[in-house]
Design a protein. Structure first.
Lengths: 54, 467
């Protein structure tokens, strides 16, 4: 994903720090939307099971 | 309004180190919320009981919201392009949340018109602006894979219905003090307030996360020249007003209309249809499971097919949706009653094409008209969705009823309407085949100039601090 970032001209140390901070931000952001979506899909899959058992 | 200046487009330009992969979650934060509208039916029976009115009077709430979605997407697109995604997402969040809160006042005071005004009109504006708000930005961040990017966001609209359906049922159960055999009418107000406030917070995550790329930004290793050989991908710009003057826009309108009409025709009748096809094998409970399975394929198709279109091209992708779709519809009409498995498989693939059609169209518009005002053009194209929302159920219901009046039963009653859908898909297939690159006369005169500006701006991109 590094190629997708807006380029900077900061020093390597700052770049590493901002890189790990961005990785954490990415993980949190995807979790914020991924967890509710997974919950919704799980509940729907449970309902869908009735097609094969009902 | 200076307190809200952080919403301005120029204040939402990405700073150094910002990853474009933060934009899809920002878009999903909006679409996962506004997808709630497709789970409105969870509230239908309690609302009918609360207002002591008819099913139709409550169904109108949903209809108003969908009409307002289409109107606000069509007329709000240019405003959105001028003001940027952050302001548009903010407006969407405020309207959608306010719609639920005003609706809760209407329920508490038993004023049905307030529910129409709140959830229907105000909330519907939030739906339309929210639906188109991230599209243009995603395409600008992912010029190399626009289908993947818009597929992720528009998949969220389907996923939002799953979340809201389960969450709303949980909220009604948690807030009611009535026995389980009674409708939870006392839980409607707190459920609407909880959803209104909860969605506001969740959508604000999208507002604060989204960024527009610095002028001239492009992914490493990609340049607009990468698509120079592909005549079906323009590097020019066509304005929203000029797009309406092109044949391409109206061919794509027909394509979307035909694809959505056919899909809605099945979705709207899914439960009774499978029970009528297999009266001895399918129970109401398993029919509900079939509806759930279709919604999973609807959502999955949005992501998978739209992503695939980045590799095989938009026009061939719609050839599959419409051409293969027509063949599958024909088999559904003529051999769908041979076994439950065949029926379910055919319907699932057809519905995945339906979802894919929604998700792929922004990238198709970008290919035809460029990124300049693609969000506004997309908003105007969505009027095809509104029209199909009326035509699809009407075709199936009217034809099937007339067949039943003539004595047809089971699968035979549905056959003519399914064959009409085959005809519609063939019309869509022809319209798609007629799509050609847009004539130069519709291109913005400033395209070359802005291209120069973009090139010059590359060196200064990313100089603003992180926000």
């Amino acid at each position: 994903m590094s190629s997708s970032k807006v380029q900077t001209s900061t020093s390597t140390g700052t770049s590493d720090a901002s890189s790990s901070s961005m990785a954490a931000r990415l993980a949190i952001s995807w979790a914020v939307v991924g967890v509710p979506l997974a919950y919704g899909i799980y509940e729907t899959v449970k309902k869908t099971a009735a097609l094969f058992t009902g | 309004m200076s307190a809200l200046s952080f919403l301005d487009r120029e204040r939402s330009v990405a700073g150094p180190g910002y990853s474009r992969w933060l934009v899809p979650p920002a878009a999903l934060a909006i679409h996962l919320c506004i997808g709630q509208v497709y789970a409105f039916s969870v509230f239908k029976n309690p609302l009918v009981a609360k207002f002591d009115t008819t099913d139709t009077a409550i169904a109108i709430v949903f209809s108003i919201a969908i009409v307002m979605l289409g109107l606000s997407a069509a007329f709000g697109g240019k405003w959105m392009e001028r003001n940027g995604p952050r302001k548009a997402m903010f407006l969407s969040a405020v309207c959608f949340s306010a719609g639920l809160l005003i609706g809760s006042v209407g329920i508490a005071t038993e004023q049905l018109w307030l529910l129409y005004l709140g959830y229907g009109v105000v909330g519907g504006i939030g739906l339309g602006i929210g639906y188109i708000s991230p599209v243009s930005t995603l395409i600008k961040w992912f010029p190399d894979r626009p289908g993947l990017a818009t597929g992720m966001a528009i998949m969220g609209f389907g996923g939002g219905a799953f979340i809201a359906s389960a969450l709303s049922a949980e909220l009604l159960q948690a807030y009611t003090s009535l026995p389980a055999d009674q409708l939870p009418i006392d839980a409607l107000v707190p459920a609407f307030v909880t959803l209104g406030l909860g969605y506001l917070v969740f959508m604000m995550f999208g507002v604060f996360t989204v960024r527009v790329p610095p002028e001239g930004w492009r992914p490493d290793g990609w340049s607009p020249q990468a698509n120079a050989d592909n005549k079906m991908m323009t590097s020019a710009s066509v304005s929203a007003d000029n797009a309406l003057k092109t044949r391409q826009f109206w061919f794509l309108w027909i394509v979307l209309f035909c694809n959505v009409t056919a899909g809605i025709g099945i979705l709207e009748q899914a439960s009774p249809m499978i029970q009528d096809f297999f009266p001895d094998e399918v129970t109401p409970a398993s029919a509900a499971g079939f509806v759930g399975l279709l919604s999973l394929f609807n959502m999955g198709g949005r992501f998978i097919w739209s992503s695939t279109s980045d590799y095989i091209g938009r026009k061939p992708t719609y050839m599959i949706y419409l051409g293969v779709g027509a063949v599958l519809f024909f088999f559904l009409a003529t051999a769908g009653n041979s076994s439950v498995l065949v029926f379910v498989l055919l319907a699932c693939v057809i519905i995945s094409f339906y979802g894919g059609g929604f998700a792929t169209v922004p990238a198709y518009l970008k290919d035809m008209f460029g990124t300049f005002q693609v969000g506004a053009i997309h908003g105007r194209l969505l009027t095809a969705w509104s029209a199909a929302g009326v035509a699809g159920p009407l075709i199936v219901n009217v034809i099937t009823e007339s067949q039943r009046d003539g004595g047809a039963t089971g699968a035979a009653a549905y056959r003519p309407s399914l064959l009409v859908m085959v005809g519609l898909l063939v019309i869509g297939f022809i319209a798609n085949a007629l799509v050609r690159p847009v004539s130069d006369k519709h291109h913005e005169e400033t395209t070359v100039e802005s291209g120069r500006r973009e090139t010059a701006a590359v060196g200064s991109a990313g100089k603003e601090g992180p926000r």
